[in-house]
Design a protein around this ligand. Structure first.
Ligand code: CO
Ligand code: CO
Ligand code: CO
Length: 306
C-alpha cells in the first residue's frame, strides 16, 4: 500500500503473516517548552502507525536545528521528550539525522509491524457502522492562540496533555471490537480526514456536529477570529463533499476543519460494538471519546452534517 490511497502510512508485506508500516512526520515547535514539544512531535509521528492498527518497533530522529542562534539545551530537552514517548510506545530509538537549518524542526521516522490481515486503512467503513473519535479537537486554534500569547498556562498544560497522549490506547482494544476503518485526525481537520474515509466509496457519512468533542477555549478563540491559515484551505478543498454545511454555524465549521497536531483516531466500528468501545476508551483515560456519526448508504461519497 502506497501513495495512491492517501492513507496514514505505507505498508509493505514481508511474509504472509508479517507486514511493516513506515511513516515520517516532523514540524516546527507548537509549544514553547522543548520537552513538551518533543513529546508532542513524537506522539504525532507514532500516531500514523497506530492509525493503521500497527505496533511501532523502531524510530529515528529527524532534526533541523539553528545551532548558531538556539541553545543546544533546547535540542537536548526536545530529544528527551521524544525519547520518553518512544519508550512509552514500547519502541526503540535506533538512530537519526540532523542538519543545520534557520528554523527548528523535529520529528521521527517510525517503522511498525502488523499482521497483513489486520491492516486498517482509512477506507472500509460500511453502512451501519458508527464513527468514534478519541480526542477533542481545536488544538490548531489553541496553538495559534499560544503563538499570539493569548493562552494561559493552564490551557497550555491541558492542550499539551491532549497532543502528547499516544494513540496506542485505542489500538490495544482493536482485537476486542469489530473495527472497519481507522485514521488519525491531523492537518486536514476532522472533516478533511472524514472525507478520506468516504472518498470514492459506496457509503456516505452522517456527522453530528453538536456531538463532536471540542476544547471549550477553542470555541472562544475561533469566535474572536483566531484560526490557523490552514483552516480556510481545508474548507475550500472539501466543500464539494459536504451536504448541510450552510446550516451549521460558521465558527463551528472552522473548528471542524481546524488542522490538528497529534489529534485522536477516528474509528469506524460495527454499530453493536460502538458503545462498548467508547466505554473502554473512557476507562483508559480518553475521556472525550464518543460517537460522532454513522455511515449510511447514500449519497455515496458525501458527508451529511446534521
Ligand atoms: Co495520519
Ligand atoms: Co502524518
Ligand atoms: Co545521516
Amino acid at each position: 500500500m502506497g501513495l495512491e490511497t492517501s492513507d496514514d502510512a505505507g505498508v509493505y508485506m514481508l511474509r504472509d503473516d508479517l507486514a511493516i508500516i513506515q511513516t515520517v512526520d516532523f514540524f516546527t515547535p507548537v509549544v514553547d517548552d522543548p520537552y513538551s514539544f518533543g513529546q508532542i512531535a513524537a506522539a504525532n509521528a507514532l500516531s500514523d502507525v497506530y492509525a493503521m492498527g500497527g505496533k511501532p518497533l523502531t524510530a529515528m530522529n529527524i532534526i533541523c536545528f539553528p545551532v548558531k542562534s538556539m541553545a543546544i539545551s533546547v535540542l537536548q530537552e526536545t530529544l528527551r521528550g521524544g525519547l520518553d514517548k518512544i519508550k512509552e510506545a514500547g519502541a526503540l530509538l535506533v538512530g537519526g539525522h540532523s542538519v543545520e537549518d534557520e528554523e527548528f524542526k523535529y520529528g521521527l521516522s517510525v517503522t511498525g509491524v502488523i499482521h497483513p490481515d489486520k491492516v486498517l486503512t482509512n477506507k472500509g467503513a460500511r453502512p451501519g457502522d458508527l464513527l468514534v473519535i478519541t480526542k477533542p479537537i481545536g488544538t490548531g486554534i489553541i496553538n495559534t492562540a499560544i503563538k499570539g500569547n493569548l493562552a494561559d498556562d493552564k490551557l497550555i498544560r491541558e492542550v499539551t496533555k491532549i497532543m502528547s497522549t499516544l494513540n496506542s490506547g485505542p489500538v490495544e482494544e482493536f482485537n476486542n471490537f469489530r473495527i472497519s476503518a481507522c485514521t488519525d485526525v491531523t492537518g486536514f481537520g476532522l472533516l478533511g480526514h472524514a472525507c478520506e474515509m468516504i472518498e470514492g466509496q459506496d457509503t456516505a457519512l452522517k456527522i453530528y456536529p453538536a456531538k463532536v468533542p471540542i476544547i471549550p477555549e477553542a470555541l472562544n478563540f475561533a469566535r474572536m477570529g483566531i484560526v490557523p491559515g490552514g483552516t480556510f484551505r481545508n474548507r475550500e478543498f472539501r466543500k464539494e463533499y459536504l451536504i448541510g454545511a450552510d446550516k451549521i454555524d460558521n465558527v463551528l465549521m472552522d473548528i471542524l476543519f481546524d488542522p490538528q497536531t497529534s489529534g485522536g483516531l477516528m474509528i469506524a466500528v460495527k454499530r453493536d460494538d460502538a458503545e462498548g468501545l467508547v466505554s473502554r476508551l473512557i476507562e483508559k483515560g480518553l475521556s472525550a471519546s464518543c460517537i460522532i456519526g454513522e455511515f449510511i448508504e447514500a449519497p455515496a461519497g458525501k458527508i451529511i452534517l446534521k
